[in-house]
Every structure is written in structure tokens, then in C-alpha cells.
Design a protein around this ligand. Structure first.
Ligand code: AGP
Length: 604
């Protein structure tokens, strides 16, 4: 996700835009740029990397007069983080910034190129400004050209556009990505992706709704709704505390990121699902040519995503899969064959152990793929190919939305490979794609469920340990649930295959041993249930997570249940994330920055 800002007024537009972008840098920082229109001419500046690079570049530039300005800090989804791909994007006499993904940009771009338009960037965003200027040639007025442009876009977007054709105006549109406008007593207008940059600048804000589009001038805010009819701005008072604003009212970034999973997975899916196929534009099909084995390598939570992937690749793509813990793989002199595709999984793209294994694979001549959340990171730059998870910046040290998007990518990738290898019938792939489209709904936090978990968590603040147990792909989820609890509550927990408990660990069973049992109804339910009954019979305290009532559990978290185990996986993922969050909060821990941990372990 990216951050966008806009300003209309007579103050120092450059400083206002830069300060606004600083408050949004947590949304993404691959590159940044601003464009300022004053006295009929534009000044635009862009820089790769963090915002300080842009500040340095424009330290001698000032604006004193009335101006219209737009700015952007980028989280790359289409095109590498380069200066050319940085926003704002220029047409001939207009600039645009955009947060989101234009799903039909390829077709629009082709049309424009065929008409002789020259594109400078690889981004989907640049299509918007060229389309607007094409429409401007035939429209009755500038707003009509903008309105026509918005009707031609499909996907998610928050757009700000400035043009010499209306030098005191900013045109906007909002669909699926956040955008708001603030006002103050001096009739200045401030735009931003979230309200943090407006705190201290504006008294009140209008949060645009999906489908809103229109324009803002020094004297008016003109909004049209999805029905095409004009509507009045709905102004509300601004929050006053910046940090809590960045958390958007959640208690911790981790909580916010759990709630964000539905939206970010929508981004992860955007432009990658057709009716009967999963499309990864960033992959060339020959990546899988001659591949007889997939080796997945990662650390921590990303290792759990890799383990989950192995079930999907073997079940759907029928390709042999093995999963490695990077710190182990590095030193065990592994056998590496050239027919192995080496996949590294990393939220940060900088984890030292994982990065070293990628180098080992490259040196051994294997084809490599990175599943990563940070473009331009070391692993992305080194791997032969990359799939970005598009989770946006993850500030909580305990990974949540990054894991969710990693597993989402792997479900899609297993179908992509299945199609290439004809290991699934077309109708099965179509059915699975329909299921994948339900992931955002399956991870939406249910308030009643969250309230139930909050109440329940008071019972799990002590004890001599937790077992999270699950079978098949729910075993990696059990590992992930245990890791979440360990890292933010500091209570001992371990993930275990349900069927393995009787081979030793059950000796620990007593009322002080808490078992969190994952019992999906669509995968080995009876087998898992009998494993849990073995524990219950030995008086272990059981918390069952299942759509089906389980009378032998001491506590029971009833999930909605879906007709496919993968959607149950995602729903139960949210439950174990919330359980660890609520236990940690009750224990008074710093959920976002737990002791002894770092967000990215760039040392061995
Ligand atoms: C997850 O909650 C932890 N913060 C940690 O295990 C993390 O997943 C691991 O360090 C790997 O990080 P990466 O995904 O950035 O490579």
C-alpha cells in the first residue's frame, strides 16, 4: 500500500507535502515524489528509497505563492522501485498519484500506445494521466474528462490529479483504497491516505467512500457518489493524537494488522485471478520448465508459510517438495540438483540466514524465486524471479498479515503450477479460484469472536505450557499459533502434529497443560478429534477451535466453518493470532515490540 497527499493553499507547499509523506512513510517507502503547480507551471521531483532522499534532492527548492501540490510514497506493486516508476506520473500537462492497483491497465495501456502515447514507466498508474489527457481532447470540460477517465478504470484506487487545465483544482477518486480531504479556517485543503498527516493542520475531514470522485478548489469540495449524483461532504472532527491515528484507533499495530488482513489479501489477489487461471505477470512460464522438485527455505513465521506451501504443491501441483529451516540448511552441506526450484520466503527480504541460502542456491545453478513483501530488498534483487505479497508495511514484530499473504500466494501458485503441469482438471482449478476469492471474507475479524477470545484469554495467563496441535496443513498453523503466543506473551508453547502427541508429549498432560486443538471439519476431523480425546482423557485442559461442537473441550471457540479446509485454515489463523494478542495484552507486554526480538533478523 502507498501513501498519497495533496494540498491547495498559499503556504509552503513543498514542506506541507513532505511532512504529510513523513507521516505516511509507514505505508511504504520504496520511492517518493511530489509535483507542485504554481503560477501556471509544474515543478516535480522524485527519489528512490526513503523520503530523506527526496528531501535532500529538493532542499533548495521553495514555494511561497498559492499552489496545488500532490505527493506520493510508494510500496511497489507493478514495476521495480526506480525513479521512473516513482509517482507522480506526468502526462503532457497533468500529474497523477495513485494508491491501489488498476486491474485493466494492460488493455488501457495497449490502446494508448497504439494511439502513439509514450509511456515512461512500467506502472499501472501512468495509464490514468494519459487516459485523462486523451479524454481532455474531446470532453466538454476538464471535470467531464476526469469523470470519463474514472469510469474506464477497474480495480482499487485512491487518485489525486493536478492539471494545468485547472490550476487551482485537485481532482480525486476513491475505490478500495483510503482517501480523505481536510479543511481549515484559512480555506486550505489537505488530502491524505489517512488522517495522521492532517492532525494539527485541519479542524475537520471528509472520509471519501468507495465510488466517490470529484474535485476540490480553494472554495469548494465537490463530490459525486457511485450513482453519479452530487453529494454533500460529510465533515467530522479530526483525531488529536498522531501515533494512535497511525494505529487508526487499534491498541497495537499487530491488532490493526490482523484487522487489515482482509484488505491486504484483496490487494494480494488483485490482477492475479481470472475465471479459470491464476496469473502471475511477474513470472515467466519457463521458470517451472524442467522442475522436478521445489525446495522452500525460510525462517520463523515464513518457515511456517513454507511448510503450509509444501502440502499445497504436493497435493495440487504434484511436485515433490521439501522445506528447510534456513539456519540449518546453510551448514549441512545439502545436495542441490539443477532440476530443483529454490523458493525463499521472507517478509523483509533481508533475513541473513535465508539470504545466504539463496546465494547457495544461485551458486549451485538452481532457478530461484523469492516470495517477499519488500520490493528492492536484498532477496528480491538476487532471486531470478519475485512474487510480491503486497501486505504493505508490517510494523508489528510478530508477523500476521505477511504470513496470511504468503499462504495466499502459495495457494494461488500451487494452482498456477497445477495448470502448467495439467495435474488438476480445469473445472477443479476454477472451483479453487472461486474459493480463493473468499479468503478476504474468511479473515475478516468477527467482533463477537474477538470479544469471546478476549474474555477467554484470562484463563490462559499461566500454566506450564501450551500445545497447539493440528494435522496436515493445520500442523504448520499450529506451529504458527505457538510462535505467536511465545513471542508476545513469553509463555512456553509448542506446535505439534496431533497424531504425534501419543508418542511422548502426552506424558505432560495434566490440568495445567493447555492444548489448543485445531479441528477443521473438512480435513481429518475424526482423526484429530480422537487425538484430542486422548489428551482430554488425561485431564489436559483443552481449548478446541472448530466449527463443530466438541463436548470434551474445556473451552470451545466456534468458527463459522467453510466448505473447504483452506478457508478454515485462514479463519483459524485469525483466531490463534487474536488469542496470542489478547493473552499478551492481559500480561501487560509490549505487543508490537516484544522483548529480545527484532522485525528483521539481518544477523546470523
Ligand atoms: C514472526 O512473527 C517473527 N517476527 C519471525 O519469526 C520472522 O518471521 C522471521 O524472523 C523471518 O523474517 P522474514 O520473514 O522477514 O524473513
Amino acid at each position: 500500500m502507498c501513501g498519497i497527499v495533496g494540498y491547495i493553499g498559499g503556504k509552503n507547499t513543498k514542506e506541507i507535502l513532505l511532512n504529510g509523506l513523513k507521516e505516511l512513510e509507514y505505508r511504504g517507502y520504496d520511492s517518493a515524489g511530489i509535483a507542485i503547480l504554481s503560477e501556471g507551471s509544474f515543478n516535480s521531483f522524485k527519489a528512490v528509497g526513503k523520503l530523506v532522499n527526496l528531501e535532500e534532492k529538493i532542499k533548495d527548492f521553495t514555494t511561497e505563492k498559492f499552489a496545488v501540490g500532490i505527493g506520493h510514497t510508494r510500496w511497489a506493486t507493478h514495476g521495480k522501485p526506480t525513479e521512473l516508476n516513482a509517482h507522480p506520473h506526468l502526462g503532457e500537462s497533468s500529474y497523477v498519484v495513485h494508491n491501489g492497483i488498476i486491474e485493466n491497465y494492460a488493455a488501457l495501456k495497449k490502446e494508448l500506445v497504439d494511439e502513439g502515447v509514450t509511456f515512461l514507466s512500467q506502472t499501472d498508474t501512468e495509464v490514468i494521466v494519459h487516459l485523462f489527457e486523451k479524454n481532455l481532447k474531446s470532453a466538454t470540460d476538464v471535470f467531464a474528462a476526469f469523470r470519463q477517465t474514472i469510469t474506464q478504470l477497474e480495480g482499487a484506487y485512491a487518485i489525486l490529479l493536478a492539471t494545468k487545465s485547472k490550476p487551482d483544482t485537485i481532482f480525486f477518486a476513491k475505490q478500495g483504497s483510503p482517501l480523505l480531504v481536510g479543511i481549515n479556517a484559512e480555506d486550505e485543503k489537505y488530502f491524505a491516505s489517512s488522517d495522521t498527516p492532517l492532525i494539527g493542520q485541519c479542524e475537520s475531514v471528509n472520509y471519501f467512500e468507495d465510488g466517490d470522485f470529484g474535485y476540490v478548489t480553494p472554495s469548494e469540495i465537490v463530490i459525486y457518489g457511485t450513482n453519479g449524483k452530487q453529494k454533500q461532504p460529510h465533515l467530522s472532527k479530526l483525531a488529536t493524537n498522531k501515533l494512535s491515528a497511525q494505529k487508526d484507533g487499534y491498541r497495537f499495530f499487530m491488532e490493526k494488522e490482523i484487522y487489515e488482513q482482509s484488505d491486504v489479501i484483496t490487494d494480494t489477489l488483485l490482477g492475479r485471478l481470472s475465471e479459470d487461471a491464476v496469473v502471475f505477470e511477474e513470472l515467466s512460464d519457463d521458470l517451472f520448465d524442467g522442475v522436478n522438485e521445489i525446495k522452500l527455505c525460510a525462517c520463523g513465521t515464513s518457515y511456517h508459510a513454507a511448510l503450509s506451501a509444501s502440502y499445497l504443491f504436493e497435493r495440487y501441483s504434484k511436485v515433490r517438495c521439501c522445506v528447510e529451516i534456513a539456519s540449518e540448511f546453510r551448514y549441512r552441506e545439502p545436495i542441490m540438483n539443477k532440476d530443483t526450484l529454490f523458493i525463499v520466503i521472507s517478509q523483509s527480504g533481508e533475513t541473513a540466514d535465508t539470504l545466504e541460502t539463496l546465494k547457495m542456491a544461485k551458486n549451485a545453478g538452481l532457478k530461484t524465486l523469492a516470495i517477499c513483501n519488500v520490493d528492492n530488498s536484498s532477496m528480491v534483487r538476487l532471486a531470478d524471479a519475485t512474487i510480491l505479497t503486497r501486505a504493505g508495511v508490517e510494523k508489528g514484530v510478530a508477523s500476521t498479515k505477511a504470513f496470511a499473504t504468503q499462504v495466499t500466494i502459495f495457494w494461488m501458485l500451487s494452482l498456477h503450477v497445477a495448470k502448467l503441469r495439467n495435474t488438476l482438471k480445469p473445472q477443479e482449478i476454477t472451483k479453487q479460484i472461486e474459493l480463493i476469492r473468499q479468503i478476504p471474507a474468511s479473515v475478516k475479524v468477527d467482533d463477537a469472536m474477538h470479544e469471546r477470545i478476549k474474555r477467554l484469554s484470562k484463563r490462559y495467563l499461566h500454566g506450564h505450557g501450551f500445545f497447539f496441535i493440528g494435522r496436515d496443513i493445520f500442523f504448520p498453523l499450529a506451529l504458527e499459533g505457538a510462535l505467536k503466543l511465545k513471542e508476545i506473551s513469553y509463555l512456553h508453547a509448542e506446535g505439534y502434529p496431533s497424531g504425534e502427541m501419543k508418542h511422548g508429549p502426552i506424558a505432560l498432560a495434566d490440568p495445567e497443560l493447555f492444548t489448543i486443538a485445531l479441528l477443521p471439519q473438512n480435513l481429518l476431523y475424526e482423526k484429530s478429534k480422537s487425538n484430542v480425546e486422548e489428551l482430554s482423557a488425561r485431564d489436559s485442559t483443552i481449548c478446541a477451535i472448530s466449527p463443530l461442537a466438541f463436548e470434551k473441550a474445556d473451552d470451545f471457540i466456534q468458527t463459522k466453518g467453510y466448505d473447504h479446509y483452506m478457508l478454515e485454515f485462514f479463519e483459524m489463523m485469525v483466531v490463534v493470532q487474536l488469542l496470542s494478542l489478547e493473552v499478551s495484552i492481559r500480561l501487560g507486554n509490549d505487543v508490537d515490540m516484544p522483548r529480545n526480538l527484532a522485525k528483521s533478523v539481518t544477523v546470523e
